[in-house]
Design a protein around this ligand. Structure first.
Ligand SMILES: Cc1cc2nc3c(=O)[nH]c(=O)nc-3n(C[C@H](O)[C@H](O)[C@H](O)COP(=O)(O)O)c2cc1C
Length: 197
């Protein structure tokens, strides 16, 4: 299912094609080669002081017990993600390793790694969907996440079902139009609130 961004200005193809689907194909696994390429794309994201604060917990059918725990962390509105063959949890390190000081860019930089991974997934014909709807404290306890790290987003990864096989209630959500604020609402020239022209 295509949901190309109806962009107001030209953007590169992979950015236009990326979107966050829910109709995952439970029968189609992600090869370890593709998974490694997607993680590698995250590895090359920029970060403050090159701290690379991101970490990813990976869950798939090679460890059904861990995958079941990841499923148990999901909020009910994200039950669709249980069909994804891979779930990941992005985690951000709160402090700089070199001096122990607070890293206020940790969440920002972890998000940068995750979008790099989403774009790599799109380029490989795969789909990555980030989720805030999960229980971070449950995840911390289940997976032994240390105090200095913050769980960020649960991430579904896999292939999409053909449109005709997507359950109707999920299809309804997936068919919602892609909407964005105009560029003028996100970018100001020189002064807060100023126009770009
Ligand atoms: C941090 C974050 C949390 C999100 N949480 C959820 C979620 O819990 N459930 C869900 O279905 N989508 C979730 N999304 C997906 C957004 O709804 C989606 O990215 C947004 O509507 C734009 O759609 P697009 O990604 O298809 O362009 C989340 C995305 C991000 C980046």
């Amino acid at each position: 299912m295509e949901k190309r961004a109806p962009a107001d200005h030209p953007i590169t193809d992979v950015i236009a094609r990326r979107w966050s689907p829910r109709g995952y194909d439970a029968s189609r696994p992600v090869s370890s080669e593709n998974l490694m390429s997607i993680l590698e794309a995250g590895r090359w994201a920029p970060s403050s002081s090159n701290e690379q604060p991101w970490r990813y917990l990976v869950f798939d059918r090679s460890d059904p017990e861990a995958l079941a725990k990841a499923h148990d962390c999901l909020s009910s509105g994200n039950a669709w993600a249980k069909a994804a063959p891979v779930l990941m949890l992005s985690v951000a390190k709160r402090t700089y390793t070199r001096n122990g000081k607070s890293n206020r860019h940790a969440g920002h930089d972890t998000g940068a790694a995750s979008i790099s991974m989403a774009l790599q997934a799109t380029a490989l014909g795969l789909w990555l969907h980030q989720m805030g709807g999960y229980d971070p404290e449950k995840a911390r306890a289940y997976f032994g996440i240390p105090d200095d790290f913050d769980p960020m987003a649960m991430i579904a990864l896999g292939y999409m079902l053909p449109e005709t096989e997507i359950p109707p209630e999920i299809l309804l959500r997936d068919q919602a139009p892609r909407v964005r604020n105009p560029v003028e609402a996100m970018a100001f020239r020189g002064q807060w609130g100023a126009g770009l022209e």
